[in-house]
Design a protein around this ligand. Structure first.
Ligand SMILES: Nc1nc2c(ncn2[C@@H]2O[C@H](COP(=O)(O)OP(=O)(O)OP(=O)(O)O)[C@@H](O)[C@H]2O)c(=O)[nH]1
Ligand SMILES: [Mg+2]
Length: 306
């Protein structure tokens, strides 16, 4: 309960820019008074500015207008409740297959340069260790200078062991070693930090394919989670990269970071709509605690003005 309240507070703080922009743009909807068509027009513009993308904004508006015509939205409170329902249902993605817990649970973390992969891994490690898990971090970013030390610092901070080779080593070999170590020690979780890569770089994307293949061969079912970390400040322009990563290493979940630095938090709606991959976590700051597990209802609450 205390953690839930704390997380919602962090989420609300993280989405403050997005929420304030929505309120400013759709002031007629978030005020009081009778429902008039202008309130809905303002909402469409507000959703577009929150970067939901045209498809989602139009679909939400169409649904609300239809409900308004049948008389089921008598006032602004009812419209806001309907909008909230729309958001929750659009962000609720059923799991595509059952996910029985296995040990070690292998999580591959991907994304373009600087999206927040290593920081997210540090935050995830902190959560997992705090809940009693034995966690191994695999330093498979052997490419960027300083990346291994950065992960080691997160290992120290969170109490997770780090498996690392030299800079420039083969990342697939690091992953292989981490898997061996995780199994030998009966570890609960292996979090794999990969180098940032542009989705257009074919050889680097091929390396990811190889990494997932090696994981699956060594440990059937692995990677159990493939998380794509997206920088929310890029809004809907993150969609093409997400599609490319999804083709090469089928994603099981998304993490949106830096929500605290943007008014484009609505991009989550557009990205989930396009990929049908669930959001798992939101990054709402640089601190180790600034990661909130994703819940469609909590998101809708923090996204919409009161
Ligand atoms: N404000 C804010 N900053 C974040 C968040 N997540 C990560 N950052 C910052 O974003 C920057 C890049 O984070 P990294 O974790 O190094 O990103 P990365 O994807 O591992 O980067 P590469 O390994 O170079 O591809 C750092 O300054 C982080 O502190 C977040 O949720 N909010
Ligand atoms: Mg990194």
């Amino acid at each position: 309960m205390a953690e839930g309240t704390n997380l919602l507070t962090r989420l609300r703080a993280g989405l403050q820019k997005t929420r304030q922009a929505l309120r400013a743009q759709a002031s007629a909807l978030f005020g009081s008074g009778p429902l008039d068509p202008a309130a809905l027009e303002g909402l469409e513009e507000a959703l577009l500015q929150a970067d939901t993308g045209v498809t989602v904004a139009a679909a939400i508006l169409q649904s609300l207008r239809r409900r308004a015509q049948t008389g089921s939205l008598p006032d602004l409170t009812a419209v806001r409740a309907a909008l909230r329902e729309e958001i929750v249902s659009r962000l609720t993605v059923p799991e595509s297959h059952p996910r029985p817990p296995v040990k070690p649970w292998v999580v591959l973390v991907l994304g373009v340069n600087g999206s927040g992969k290593t920081t997210t891994i540090g935050k995830l490690a902190h959560r997992a260790v705090a809940s009693g898990d034995q966690v191994l971090l695999a330093a498979a970013d052997t490419f960027r200078a300083g990346a291994i030390d950065q992960l080691k610092a997160w290992g120290d901070r969170s109490g997770a062991e780090v498996i690392a080779h030299q800079a420039g080593a083969d990342p697939v070999a690091v992953v292989f070693d981490a898997l061996q170590a995780g199994r030998a020690r009966g570890g609960d979780r292996i979090l794999i930090d990969t180098a940032g890569r542009l989705h257009t770089k074919r050889n680097l994307m091929e390396e990811l394919r190889k990494m997932t293949r090696v994981l699956g061969k060594e440990c059937p079912g692995a990677p159990h989670e493939v998380l794509l970390v997206l920088d929310a400040t890029t809004g809907m322009s993150a969609l093409p990269q997400a599609r490319e990563f999804h083709l090469v290493a089928p994603l099981t979940g998304l993490v949106l970071t830096k929500l605290d630095g943007t008014a484009k938090g609505g991009a989550i709606l557009g990205i989930v709509e396009a990929l049908r991959v669930p959001v798992r976590f939101l990054g709402v700051g640089e601190d180790v605690e600034d990661l909130t597990p994703f819940s469609p209802t909590a998101f809708a609450t923090a996204f919409l003005p009161d």
